[in-house]
Write a protein of this length. Structure first.
Length: 272
């Protein structure tokens, strides 16, 4: 009986990553369709509409609303993409559903701000409570603060973190006419980066976790690592919010915008 009790968790911890590896095939070029607010499910419509309104009042322009129904197995995504062409910041409102036994359940709904500089530094600030599975690059700064729900506060925190790290050069944003092409590219490049880290493999049409990636990513979302990582994420979130609010600047202070520090880059000029 003792051996059986030991065998069960061993099978789970060794077998679950293999199940993930062979079942998770991610399309490199998924079908992405425009979507209207009238098509939003009731579970997210009110929140997405409110956040869109809040971001619009902050100077953001809605560049596209899209849905992906089959990019990943048993997963559906709806998102709104926005850009503030005065500040050089991008934003995204994302809702992700998961399907189990034929039943669709909302997994996460969050707002994210992102800013990329000419020197290669990239900043992402989001209020998702879901732990990430991807390895970050050396110039990527991710700030995850689940308790900051207000869009204005989240954007102000994002700008604080960006200034704190002192990135150099102009901010790079996509042209509004290139929105869909830009999204398709960053989707593919995010997985290509993980291929470079050894976390995924690519067969020409689909990305699939490598053996190493499957074990690292799956174990990171299983007990006890999920408990440890969640505690660490909450501690980091509390620390950066406390630092921001105790800084010399007002928490919602608006730094002056400098249009000369923003570059709208056409997709034809390549990656940014």
């Amino acid at each position: 009986m003792e051996y059986l009790l030991l065998a069960v968790p061993a099978v789970i911890y060794l077998g679950m990553p293999l199940l993930i590896k062979f079942s998770q095939n991610v399309e490199a070029s998924p079908q992405i369709d425009p979507v209207e607010p009238s098509q939003w499910p009731a579970s997210v419509a009110q929140t997405m509409s409110r956040v869109e309104h809040d971001l619009y009042s902050l100077g953001f322009t809605i560049t596209g609303r899209y849905q992906m129904a089959s990019a990943m197995p048993n997963t559906g995504t709806m998102l709104t993409m926005l850009v503030n062409y005065k500040s050089g910041d991008k934003a995204m409102i994302t809702a992700i559903w998961g399907q189990t036994d034929g039943v669709w359940t909302l997994g996460t709904l969050y707002t994210e701000f992102s800013t990329r500089f000419e020197d290669g530094h990239s900043f992402d600030t989001m209020n998702s409570a879901t732990l990430g599975a991807f390895k970050r690059g050396p110039k990527d700064v991710k700030t995850q603060v689940p308790n900051v729900k207000d869009a204005a506060e989240l954007w102000a925190l994002h700008r604080y973190v960006t200034r704190k790290h002192g990135a150099k050069g102009r901010k790079l944003v996509y042209d509004i006419k290139d929105t869909l092409a830009y999204f398709r590219r960053i989707w593919r490049e995010s997985f290509e980066e993980q291929v470079g880290f050894g976390r995924y493999t690519f067969n020409g049409t689909h990305f699939q976790p490598s053996f190493l990636g499957a074990y690292i990513m799956t174990w990171g979302l299983m007990w006890p690592m999920v408990w440890i990582r969640t505690a660490q994420m909450k501690a980091r979130a509390a620390a950066i919010v406390r630092e921001w609010k105790q800084s010399s600047e007002s928490p919602l202070a608006e730094s002056p915008f400098d249009d000369s520090r923003i570059s709208i880059v056409p997709e034809t000029q390549g990656s940014f």
